[in-house]
Design a binder for this molecule. Structure first.
Ligand SMILES: [Zn+2]
Length: 58
């Protein structure tokens, strides 16, 4: 995937409430019970918890 912003890579996840991809606010890296790395944070629009597979992209 190409980052058109050129530099800062945002951690994005799918917000089920907004039904769209959002930039995860204050993402925290976590691991599921299956050992899968995820990033967890809040939707900037509605404050719902948003998760992303694969951890935080830097
Ligand atoms: Zn949202």
């Amino acid at each position: 995937m190409i980052n058109h912003e050129g530099g800062k890579m945002a951690t994005k996840g799918y917000c089920v409430k907004c039904k769209k991809q959002v930039e995860i606010k204050e993402p925290v890296e976590s691991t599921t019970a299956k050992g899968v790395k995820i990033a967890k944070g809040k939707c900037p629009d509605c404050n719902t918890t948003v998760c992303r597979m694969g951890g935080i992209s830097k």
